[in-house]
Write a protein that binds this ligand. Structure first.
Ligand SMILES: Cc1cc2nc3c(=O)[nH]c(=O)nc-3n(C[C@H](O)[C@H](O)[C@H](O)COP(=O)(O)O)c2cc1C
Length: 211
């Protein structure tokens, strides 16, 4: 390939993979711009359509995720993507078995029926890894929403998978590197509900006039 053709090819490839599409704003939007609209209209989704999310789109969303700001660019996260219902069933069955005194459907329901589940782990050797994972997660959820893919951040599955011995092989099976600790799940899928925003308190934000 001639040099200029390979440069053109490289740029074209970058353009298709680098999440650099300008956000599109609804013409009747109440918000100032498309980014603000995307942030303000994202909601946690707890009911999903059966329609799968393509791996191509999951990869685009993950590219946006890993472009989040992170301490010293250590990228102190690891992510395992599960989009196979049989694998999810195995995880859910183990979770139910690990909690024999609880309603199995309630335990399994903690994933909220999302067809794609991201299992996120943090580098326990890095003080700021919880924030890195949080910022990764927010980038994932907002970029997903820009493509019409709903999301939910989930803490309960972490508890259900780590508070008993029966689930140990499942957590090991996620295959995180030495020194990484499973800390968060994110569910993705096409929304089958349009929840209202839960109330927020701007009183928690104060301009400091003196100290
Ligand atoms: C760290 C974290 C853990 C969460 N865990 C759960 C969970 O286990 N189950 C659930 O239904 N929602 C969970 N959520 C979603 C929150 O309930 C939700 O973000 C919050 O109520 C605000 O609603 P919104 O996301 O629709 O704006 C979690 C959110 C975060 C950030």
């Amino acid at each position: 390939m001639k040099p200029f053709r390979s440069i053109f090819f490289g740029l074209a490839l970058l353009a298709t993979t680098a999440c650099n599409q300008a956000p599109v704003q609804n013409s009747d939007s109440q918000y100032d711009n498309a980014v603000v609209e995307n942030i303000m209209t994202r909601r946690s989704i707890r009911k999903y359509k059966a329609e799968p999310v393509s791996r191509e789109l999951i990869n685009k969303i993950m590219e946006c995720g890993i472009n989040a700001p992170n301490g010293q660019n250590k990228q102190s996260w690891e992510v395992r993507v599960v989009d196979d219902p049989a694998v999810m069933d195995k995880i859910k069955d183990a979770m139910a078995a690990g909690h024999p005194n609880m309603d199995p459907e309630m335990v399994k329901g903690c994933f909220r029926g999302a067809p794609v589940m991201l299992f996120i782990a943090r580098d326990t050797g890095y003080q700021f890894s919880p924030y890195d994972c949080g910022l990764l997660s927010e980038n994932i959820m907002l970029s997903a929403w820009s493509y019409g893919v709903g999301s939910i951040c989930l803490g309960i599955p972490v508890r259900f998978l780590t508070d008993n011995d029966i689930c140990k092989p499942i957590v090991e099976g996620l295959g995180f590197s030495e020194g990484y600790e499973f800390c968060l799940c994110i569910g993705l899928g096409y929304p089958d509900e349009t929840p209202q925003a839960r109330p927020r308190d701007m009183g928690k934000v104060k301009f400091l006039e003196k100290i």
